[in-house]
Write a protein that binds this ligand. Structure first.
Ligand SMILES: C[S@@+](CC[C@H](N)C(=O)[O-])C[C@H]1O[C@@H](n2cnc3c(N)ncnc32)[C@H](O)[C@@H]1O
Length: 224
């Protein structure tokens, strides 16, 4: 099965438990990381935003609190978008959600002030194409993604703990492979300078950089 199909089916299957498992697995810390990420992206003072791989819409809803223009969330999993739409029904701020693939975004060049993507870029089958699309449709790209801590002791400790702890949730969600995939993809995904180099290869912005979150368990990347 192609990586994109595996990822789409996996997220459709776990969509109904995604928010709960996220809170339990990260012991709530994903909320703090996302808050720091949004604060960082808002420094560009965007009026409009496209949140890619939006999942159940966490980032899109938060961005709309500060953007007076259009905020759109896209995801290629219909299951995840259904939960975002459900949340949108009771959220007082208007956010549009659509099913779309990051590798072929249905928007014109520079249609948004910024694009954001949180814990999604690691899953995109053709990373180069995905990054090109994120850069094409906006004037600034902000990415939050798992990586590897630079301190080798902390890195060993973190991945060791993850391998003991995460499979329990695989059993609860009945998609053991989903959580094996989470660990394997986080351990292997390029982070810090390596990822910035890949961004530079695929985008045409002036400024690039990154900021480690929680000792490098995750990173915030930017291009603008
Ligand atoms: C780990 S979830 C992140 C959801 C949300 N951004 C968050 O931080 O909670 C990853 C999401 O990426 C989506 N995704 C992966 N590849 C994609 C692609 N090529 N196009 C659109 N969405 C994609 C999945 O369907 C899934 O909802």
């Amino acid at each position: 099965m192609a990586k994109a199909d595996f990822v789409r089916v996996m997220f459709n299957d776990i969509a109904h438990k995604y928010d709960l498992l996220n809170d339990v697995l990260s012991v709530g810390t994903h909320r703090l990381w996302k808050r720091a990420f949004i604060k960082f992206a808002l420094k560009q003072n965007p009026k409009s935003a496209l949140d890619c791989a939006t999942g159940t819409g966490d980032i899109a809803f938060k961005l709309k609190e500060s953007c007076e223009g259009q905020v759109v969330g896209i995801d290629f999993s219909q299951g995840m978008i259904n939960f975002a739409l459900e949340r949108a029904r009771t959220n007082p701020l208007p956010v549009d959600f659509k099913v779309a693939d990051i590798q072929k975004l249905p928007f014109g060049d520079k249609a948004f002030d910024i694009t954001t993507i949180s814990f999604g870029i690691r899953n995109v089958e053709n990373l180069d194409l995905g990054l090109k699309e994120l850069g094409r449709v906006s004037n600034g790209v902000y990415i939050l993604e798992f990586g590897q801590p630079k301190n080798s002791f902390f890195k060993k400790l973190y991945f060791g703990m993850l391998k003991m702890y995460v499979p329990i949730f695989g059993l609860i969600s009945k998609r053991k492979d989903a959580y094996e995939y989470l660990i394997a993809s986080s351990e292997a995904f390029p982070s810090a300078e390596k990822f910035v180099d890949i961004m530079k290869k695929n985008m045409t912005f002036k400024n690039y950089g990154y900021k480690p979150v929680f000792g490098g368990i995750a990173y915030i990347y930017y291009a603008n």
